[in-house]
Design a binder for this molecule. Sequence first.
Ligand code: Z5A
Length: 211
Amino acid sequence: MMQGKFIAFEGGEGAGKSTQARLLAAALAAQGIDSVVTREPGGTPGAESIRALLLGTEGEGWQPRAEALLFAAARSDHVDRLIRPAIAAGKWVICDRYVDSSRAYQGGGGGLSDSEVLDLHRIGSSGLLPDLTLLIEVTPEIARQRATTRDVGGADRIGGRDDAYHAKVAAAFVRIADAEPARFARIDGNSDAQSVHMAVLKALEPLLGAA
Ligand code: Z5A
């Protein structure tokens, strides 16, 4: 059996990652490709429990190192129990956020070094990386608008951090993507969902040709 592929969507909050993950799964299904859409933090019962600890707004919150360890622990469970088995079964895994979110948020935003975050990923998940990571980029104004539409119940603990934090995260995403052009595609997410989807499919052409 052919191995599946591993695709991740990354970007700031409200960029349209979840929307694009769903559209991609539907496009793959139309081509007869079986996929599983999942998310981080989360994707397995254990990782979803850690998600609640990380994003809930009760309590005093986590300092950056504890936060990075919790994200890495959730990812470890997700990789072992869902991502690796699905790829081995020939499915495409479409993941809404993955390790580059830890590099951008806990690294760029929280002040951990990139090598510290990658060390945790090596220990927790044997350093597994996606075949392609799609960075969806939108202006801060559009991100705010979309996140407000979505967050009717209020922002989560990390989404609710100040603009300076989110600007550092956005800059880190660009730095990371530009340093690894073979693993990343930067996608302009400012237009309507269908146009962004077309750009996503274009970026995936080399992988779709090989499927
Ligand atoms: N985090 C971290 O710190 N470290 C880590 O390692 C990981 C995560 C993995 C949870 O993320 C938080 O955890 C996140 C980073 C941190 N906090 N922040 N910021 P999440 O993925 O659950 O939450 P999110 O990224 O903030 O939001 P989201 O729901 O995933 O947003 P999105 O997926 O990018 O957007 P969307 O849900 O597809 O779209 C939002 C709205 O815009 C919705 O109403 C759509 O219908 C609309 N939309 C989407 N696309 C379009 C277009 N193209 N045009 C117009 N309207 C659109």
